[in-house]
Design a protein around this ligand. Structure first.
Ligand SMILES: NC(=O)c1ccc[n+]([C@@H]2O[C@H](COP(=O)([O-])OP(=O)(O)OC[C@H]3O[C@@H](n4cnc5c(N)ncnc54)[C@H](O)[C@@H]3O)[C@@H](O)[C@H]2O)c1
Length: 272
């Protein structure tokens, strides 16, 4: 019986594929028989690859290319196409956010939020997705097929609720404001997705967004998690593997009639 959700033999680029979720996506796609190309800011040696992805069986390549560096993206994609052919799917996963324990001005009032943090986050999360889509998507369009999967967030659909962070001021005596740039960058993906989807529809290149909720990592403060979970109808954060299914769905032939959509996977957070 043909598996509608098969990604076996498909060549799939995962940007930021050595990070928390990227590793999950790459591992799950490898386990399903795909060939995975990770575009990474940093190199990784062979022994570390074998340890991180024991199932790779020679079906994994790591290219050093920042998503903000178009030349490096072109070079990586040329090399990939020469070795494995034009990718079938691109997972625009690389992303950054302001660090909760970073410099105070990263998490300070909007009125004085420094532009340098805005620029850094918009560069990676929005411009980076545009550049990867340009470079890899152009090859897909020439080949007459492809699926671009953008990794978004609930904070691209709704604003972060500052009340969730109020415990920090009580605890530390300093106001903590969840910054604007992550939310703005991820909301930009909503319409970048629709643009790319409609632009390349005649070339059979699809583009969809996935808006994720929070993932359980153990690195969040208990006060934050408790307040967050009160707003999640399913009452829990996602396990780190719970987004793999939707990635595989969008990379497979099960989603061939889907383009320009926003797939929300958030335990119901945005339903309330
Ligand atoms: N973790 C969550 O709760 C959550 C929730 C919603 C959405 N997301 C989104 O999921 C994606 C992955 O997040 P994560 O939690 O795995 O974060 P992470 O920090 O563990 O991984 C992000 C990866 O992107 C890479 N990266 C950053 N800048 C890059 C650049 N310029 N070029 C190439 N790679 C770069 C990092 O090196 C890292 O490997 C992000 O887009 C994030 O916004 C995460």
């Amino acid at each position: 019986m043909t598996d509608l959700f098969s990604v076996e033999g498909k060549v799939i680029v995962v940007t930021g594929g050595l990070g928390q979720l990227g590793t999950e996506f790459a591992s799950s796609l490898l386990s399903a028989g795909a060939k995975v190309a990770i575009y990474s800011r940093r190199p990784i040696d062979v022994a570390a690859i074998d340890e991180k992805f024991p199932q790779h069986g020679g079906r994994l390549k790591v290219y050093v290319a920042s998503v903000t560096d178009k030349e490096a993206l072109e070079a990586a994609t040329d090399a990939l196409c020469a070795e494995w052919g034009v990718p079938h799917a691109l997972v625009n996963n690389a992303g950054i956010d302001s660090k909760p324990n970073g410099a105070a001005d990263q998490n300070g009032p909007f009125e004085s939020y420094p532009q340098k943090y805005w620029d850094e986050i918009i560069d990676v999360n929005l411009t980076g997705v545009m550049l990867c889509s340009q470079v890899v998507g152009a090859r897909m369009a020439e080949a007459g097929r492809g699926s671009i999967i953008n990794v978004g967030s609930i904070y691209g659909m709704v604003s972060p609720n500052q009340a969730l962070y109020a415990y920090r001021e009580k605890r530390d005596g300093v106001p903590f404001i969840k910054a604007v740039s992550y939310a703005a960058s991820k909301s930009g993906l909503l319409n970048l997705t629709r643009y790319v989807a409609t632009y390349w529809a005649p070339k059979n290149v699809r583009c969809n967004l996935i808006s994720f909720g929070g993932v359980k990592t153990g690195s969040f403060d208990k006060e934050f998690v408790d307040a967050f979970l009160e707003r999640v109808p399913l009452g829990r954060q996602a396990e780190k593997g719970e987004y793999n299914g939707v990635i595989r769905f969008l990379a497979s032939d099960a989603s061939t009639y889907m383009t320009g959509s926003n797939v929300v996977v958030d335990g119901g957070f945005t339903a309330w």
